[in-house]
Design a protein around this ligand. Sequence first.
Ligand code: A3P
Ligand code: MG
Ligand code: MG
Length: 380
Amino acid sequence: QADHKDGSKVKHPRSDSKAPLTLPVAPSLYDAPFPFYRRPAEMGCFSLDAKRCFHGDARQLRYYAPPPSEGPTPGFDLRDGYRDRYVQRDDSVREGLEHLLQWIVQNQKQLQTEDKGKLLNADFVTWRGHLTKVLTTPYENREGWLLAVTLFRGTLYISEFETEAARREREQRSEMLKELMYMGYKFEQYLCADTPDGIPDPTGVVNTNEAFCTVIRSRLGNHSLLFSGEVDCTDPRSPSPQPPSCYVELKTSKVMHNSAQRKSFYRHKVIKWWAQSFLPGVSRIVAGYRGPDGSIVGLETFETMKIFQLIREDQGCWKPAVCMNFCAAFLAFLKTVVTEDNPKLVHLFAWNPGHPVSFTVHQDSQYCVLPDWYVEALSA
Ligand code: A3P
Ligand code: MG
Ligand code: MG
């Protein structure tokens, strides 16, 4: 055992145990038929208000309200309000699984299982965003990740920790990047109304504390999943009116001028858009293309389930099956490694581009996944 810099004990994984110590990520290893992925079902939802307070209801849900004709130039100015109508969430505050765990405590009855060894009817509990990162790992060559995992009463909880590199990037974010981030949220304001028949109000304040989150159940292979993800809006005129398929994901991207740019967009950006929306069963992604002056020069709708058709002609492009097979292998890896049921024990899985996934073991450290209030609420 070694001492970690925060003073906590770091147990090094034993090399004599039967569990493998690393997981390779090369796409060729996961190039197999698409695995079973059960149609995602919405279990419930919650909202975070302008002060980031939790409410177990849909008060923050917004309604998709596109401009009358999906014309070439809606002329939205994404820079408007950046200086004077922007309330930014404090992203130095680590929330962990907090809000999702709050939802679980309030909805315990719904999640009960016959299985005596388990408290909740799920093998894994996590954020959709964490799973998105796992899905895209075989193709990622820039950003690594840290995922902390704890087994508590039969369920594995996965919670991300910021890497040193990500922290530096966040703290040193350029003014241009800050404005670009604002523009992503501003785009939402131009396309969303507060009521099903309402019209967007672009004169309002953009407050990134506000969020509507869906809670989804699904299954990947033999892994049952309970995860939550933020949803941009619902389409009250959707041909598939049930959540989660009526939800719409909004995205912005730089306008493209040639096929090389579009190819690169499909290879590097659409993979993330696809993974984010496919996981919770969000069926449409509406892209707004940004001109150099920060105005939207065009809109394009992508059907999540048809994205694979756009990329399959391109040899060397990413494959949805590789993403899903890797995710299934990662979840199986977690099950073989994290076998001690203990709310204070954390296995920290780390990945950096060019390397396999590895892990370290921590007890009572800074890497805590489950807050005491949650462990107590579920032990009662
Ligand atoms: P765009 O993705 O349109 O640029 P989401 O699309 O996931 O609902 O996120 C809304 C906006 O939040 C994004 O809009 C972007 O501006 C910002 N955002 C989300 N994730 C981010 C990340 N990892 N880094 C920087 N900005 C991010
Ligand atoms: Mg969003
Ligand atoms: Mg979005």
